[in-house]
Design a protein around this ligand. Sequence first.
Ligand code: FES
Length: 119
Amino acid sequence: MALLLGVCAAVWPPSRVRGGGSIDVAPSEDLKEGDGVVYPLESGPILIMRNDGELRAFSAICTHLSCPVKWRKDSLDIYCACHGAVFNARGEKLKGPTAAPLEKIPVKEIGGRMIAQIG
Ligand code: FES
């Protein structure tokens, strides 16, 4: 039983987005300026946002204890409700218990689609 608990603790909750390669996530028109949406991919949830004319993507898993994060359009930041971590629109920590920034996910637009590169 202890071994099973150890294995579960090692893989759940996921600490980062894994594998997958090049993934067609959604139509570009999903995101207007200032929007941010979490997409629950098989490889893990990613947050894609359009801010200052740039498309950016991050793992939607908090770097503190792996709770989900969300984009707050009103304050233009990324928030984790578990322990109050706040990240700016570049995924850098602003406040809270975590030391690490959010994991960046390369994303680009091709033919009107948002394509994420999950490594
Ligand atoms: S898990 Fe996000 S602040 Fe603790």
